[in-house]
Each structure stands twice: as structure tokens, then as C-alpha cells.
Design a protein around this ligand. Structure first.
Ligand SMILES: [Zn+2]
Length: 313
């Protein structure tokens, strides 16, 4: 667990090509055991164990909360506008109390909106060092012009790491170096509950956003899904930033699917095709009925190859 085998880019490629054979798709998403408890403001809580919960606030990414005598641990914190709803949901948890520690699974605003108030209160904000670097600089997306201002110093992660780490409670965390979503992705593993929080390194709902400006790429999606299978077992519950709680079968099915798509996109790249031609080639055709319109995903997944597979990359 502490040292997942490192995978080179070439291994990712080989694996992806091997993955194109033998498709296993449409594995059923693991259903939650109990219906979520709903509060008047629309927030709901999914109980994973006596002390571990997924907080869902409408329009927000999933937030994992662990209660305990040492305070609450959060994995991600929603956007800034959701902070009050989050604090309300946290204090309503059985055993809920003040938040002591928050993980940022990556730098996106829907993960780091609680950082400023928690940072001002002196709480611990844990992230990969690359995530801190992105939060300390301005970012602009070329595909839609969206701009993100750097966070105030007090809102930036105040405890960063490069490979792995562990809380005193035994909760383990580590870097996902494949860059499935950004180059700062982390996982948090709760060993007693066998729950693995993975942020946007896995999409539980629809096609993923490929943020290649901060390092994410389609090969990383494939590599990340492979790596996470080594961190989980058949009973692990996997909590993505979006969508329902997943299981090992979902990781395997997604690994096959994205491996196939990766293989097709690299073939198109090697033939000298461009992003619009990649979209026209329908490289996700047999998955679209289940996954939805793929055009934006395919375009950006194709563009993400430029940074990793062009001759000087
Ligand atoms: Zn994200």
C-alpha cells in the first residue's frame, strides 16, 4: 500500500493496448445499502460506517467526513458558497464536531472552497505539493477562457507531501502520479472501514473532465485506474468526487473502457489526425449510450496526448 509500483509512460501504453481486447463494460454500479438521509436544505448524508460518511450537497462534489474524538477529517470541502451547508451537515453527523483536518484531492474550486475559513481557524490542510503550487498561481483554461485566481496564503494547503503519508488515526494517503485528472491527485484510504476516497481520479458519473492544463491526460486515467486496483480489494468502497460509491468491478470496467479509448486516440494521433477528426471518428461509439455525449471529452482527451506523447514530450 505504501509504495504502489511506479508505472512508466511506455507501460501505460502497453497496458492500454492490452486492455483493448476483451471488453467488460456495463458492470452494475454497486448500490448503496441505505437510502441517504436528507436535510431540509437538500444536503444528504450517506453512511459508510459508524464514523464515516459521504456528504452530498446539491451542485457540489462529494465530501467524505470521518468523525472521531480528535475532530472531523474531511476529504474535499465543496466550493466556497457551500461552506455553511457543509458545516451544518458536519455538525449534524453522529459524533460530529469541529473539523480538524481537510484533504484537497486536487486544486479545483469545488474541492478547496472550505480552505480559507478552515485555514484561518488554524486547521490542517493536506494536499500534494503540486496542488499547493496550482493554488498559489493563477490558472486560465484555454478551451473556455475560464480563469481561476490563486488562493490567499491562509487558504493554501499548509501540509504537503510528495509520495505518501499517514494520520495518527491510521488513515493513509498517497499521491496518484499517473495524472488521471491533475498532476496533484491524491487518494485517502480509511483502513478500518476499507474505504478509498479518490477525488476526480475516477469519474463515477459520465465522461470525466480532462484538465490537461494542470497535467491531467487520458493515459493517466488508464494508469490511475490500474494503480487504484492495487490499492483496493473486492470489498473496498471507492468514493469518487462525482457520482455514487463504486466497487472494484467498476474500476475494472472503466479500466477496460478507457484503455480502449486511449488505444484508439493514440492511433489517430499517430496517423496525424487532429482533435476534430478524433471526434468525427467516434472512438467512444459503443459506450455513448451509457456514458452520454462524448464530444467534449474526446476533444480534450485527444489534446491531452500532445503534452505526453509528442516526440519532445
Ligand atoms: Zn476536478
Amino acid at each position: 500500500m505504501s509504495n504502489p509500483h511506479r508505472q512508466t509512460r511506455r507501460q501505460v501504453l502497453k497496458t492500454a493496448i492490452a486492455g483493448a481486447a476483451g471488453l467488460v463494460l456495463g458492470a452494475p454500479v454497486r448500490q448503496l445499502a441505505a437510502a441517504p438521509a436528507q436535510s431540509p436544505d437538500g444536503a444528504s448524508t450517506v453512511r459508510l460506517s459508524d464514523d464515516l460518511f459521504v456528504i452530498r450537497i446539491p451542485g457540489e462534489a462529494n465530501i467524505v467526513a470521518q468523525t472521531g474524538s480528535g475532530g472531523v477529517v474531511l476529504v474535499d470541502g465543496g466550493s466556497a458558497g457551500a461552506y455553511d451547508a457543509l458545516m451544518k451537515a458536519v455538525s449534524a453527523l453522529p459524533g460530529g464536531g469541529p473539523v480538524q483536518t481537510i484533504f484537497n484531492t486536487h486544486w479545483h474550486p469545488e474541492q478547496v472552497g472550505a480552505n480559507e475559513p478552515l485555514g484561518k481557524a488554524g486547521r490542517t490542510i493536506i494536499a500534494h505539493e503540486n496542488t499547493r503550487l496550482w493554488l498559489a498561481t493563477d490558472v486560465t483554461y484555454p478551451w473556455n477562457g475560464q480563469r481561476f485566481k490563486r488562493l490567499a496564503k491562509v487558504a493554501q494547503p499548509n501540509k504537503t507531501f510528495y509520495t505518501t503519508g499517514q494520520l495518527a488515526s491510521g488513515v493513509r494517503y498517497g499521491y496518484l502520479p499517473d495524472a488521471a485528472h491533475t498532476d496533484g491527485d491524491l487518494y485517502v484510504y480509511f483502513p478500518q472501514q476499507n474505504v478509498l476516497a479518490v477525488g476526480d481520479a475516477v469519474s463515477g458519473q459520465g465522461w470525466p473532465a480532462v484538465d490537461y492544463i494542470t497535467g491531467g491526460w487520458i493515459g493517466g486515467i488508464v494508469g490511475g485506474l490500474q494503480r487504484l486496483q492495487t490499492l483496493a480489494n473486492d470489498d473496498t468502497r471507492i468514493v469518487p468526487a462525482h457520482g455514487p460509491v463504486l466497487g472494484m468491478a467498476d474500476l475494472k470496467a472503466q479500466y477496460q473502457m478507457y484503455g480502449t479509448i486511449y488505444d484508439r486516440l493514440t492511433q489517430l494521433l499517430n496517423k496525424g489526425r487532429g482533435p476534430s477528426e478524433a471526434v468525427a471518428a467516434q472512438p467512444t461509439k459503443e459506450f455513448d449510450a451509457q456514458m452520454g455525449n462524448p464530444d467534449e471529452f474526446v476533444r480534450r482527451a485527444f489534446e491531452s496526448l500532445w503534452g505526453y506523447l509528442s516526440p519532445d514530450a
